[in-house]
Write a protein that binds this ligand. Structure first.
Ligand code: G6P
Length: 368
């Protein structure tokens, strides 16, 4: 194991640190600069077929479900198509309306999750062409889907998924770009997305350098019994994923919420012992996020923020800032998730938890 972990203390840490390469590999050969678009050959669909699509459905579980939620924001923004994100376990037993202009995708790192496979089979049974976004080559889902996209993230050993999330979000960005370029998205807008994606690996590298600041925040979070994770817009699913990581490996209760929705319940939990983690890079809604942070502070809640190092206002309002570099907002989730993965990792390490094999969890859940 020591050799395979390449000097990292745990597989999870190794996999978090691999993410610059993960994104690079997910994008390799798929960027079409001369068209300001992307190429996803495995979809086995012509431009004409893709132009007919009126709706996209994603079905997945766990972290893959969170990646799909990021995909919803991306596809809405770049391709202006309605997207529904379903828990695979719910989708398979519902009578969700489907038709020949709906594109059904399942997302799975392992390609073996029972509920996700069940969702795929249900869509097929109803005559729907099915597509899969999968990491494990030759897995059951990969074999049974009509087409799809591999993540090329390499083996993921840590039970709590990290690099597969980033690979999924990168592939979903390429999908949103591709669908967008077949619709209203201009060449220059498409090119801007490509450029932003190409910069991501080195920006993740920068985000990884913030580990000392993250360890300091982890000391505080490790004392908590419950932690809130808050994010707006495309960062809402990142908040959900941050909360899931903490729950999975440190056994501290955590909840992800859309930042403004905090006022409708979770704010009642806030006290001096309950930290809030804000995903707060700069963006059009930043001023509103800052005022939500003030609301937490007014109730003496500790504040940890993921944001820009030069954001003085955020620094003033936060007990800890986990810095990420600035980037166009479509790629920000790929940066913002990194400090949240590391925060969960260090909290679990401080608490002495079994990080790569958390209790009660399995890497791939092959029962319903
Ligand atoms: C398990 C793992 C999670 C993973 C989920 C879905 O719960 O512990 O990390 O996100 O299954 O797995 P999949 O392989 O379908 O992405």
């Amino acid at each position: 194991d020591a050799v395979e972990m390449g000097g990292h203390a745990h597989y999870m840490l190794k996999e978090i640190r691999e993410q610059p390469d993960t994104v690079l590999n997910a994008c390799r050969g798929r960027l079409v600069r001369e068209e300001g678009s992307s190429r996803l050959g495995g979809l086995n669909m012509t431009a004409r077929q893709l132009r007919r699509v009126r709706r996209v459905v994603f079905a997945a579980c766990g972290t893959s479900w969170h990646a799909a939620l990021v995909g919803e924001y991306l596809i809405e923004r770049l391709a202006h198509l309605p997207v529904e994100v379903e828990y695979a376990s719910e989708f398979r037993y519902r009578n969700a309306p489907l038709d020949d202009r709906t594109l059904v995708f399942v997302l799975s790192q392992s390609g073996e999750t029972a509920d996700t496979l069940g969702a795929l089979r249900e869509a097929k049974r109803r005559g729907q062409p099915t597509l899969a976004i999968v990491n494990t080559v030759g897995s059951t889902i990969a074999r049974e889907a009509d087409g799809g996209v591999y993540l090329h993230a390499g083996l993921e050993v840590g039970v709590a998924s990290t690099k597969a999330f980033s690979a999924q979000v990168a592939v979903l960005t390429l999908l949103a770009l591709h669908l967008g370029r077949l619709r209203g998205l201009s060449f220059s807008e498409g090119t801007a997305v490509l450029k932003a994606l190409e910069a991501v690996p080195s920006l993740i590298g920068e985000a990884l350098k913030a580990e000392p600041a993250i360890e300091a925040a982890a000391e505080r979070v490790a004392q908590a019994r419950s932690v809130l994770y808050l994010g707006r817009d495309i960062h809402f699913p990142v908040a959900l994923e941050g909360a899931l990581k903490l729950k999975e490996i440190s056994y501290i209760h955590a909840e992800g919420y859309p930042t403004a929705e905090m006022k409708h319940g979770p704010i009642a939990l806030i006290d001096v012992h309950t930290p809030s983690v804000f995903v707060a890079p700069r963006g059009p809604l930043h001023a509103k996020t800052l005022s939500n942070i003030e609301e937490v502070r007014a109730r003496r809640g500790p504040v940890v923020s993921v944001g820009l190092a030069d954001d003085d206002e955020l620094t003033r309002l936060s007990d800890h800032v986990l810095p990420i570099p600035d980037a166009p907002d479509v790629v920000q989730p790929l940066l913002a998730v990194v400090p949240l993965q590391l925060l969960a990792y260090h909290v679990a390490r401080i608490k002495g938890c079994d990080i790569d094999k958390p209790r009660n969890l399995a890497k791939s859940v092959t029962v319903e």
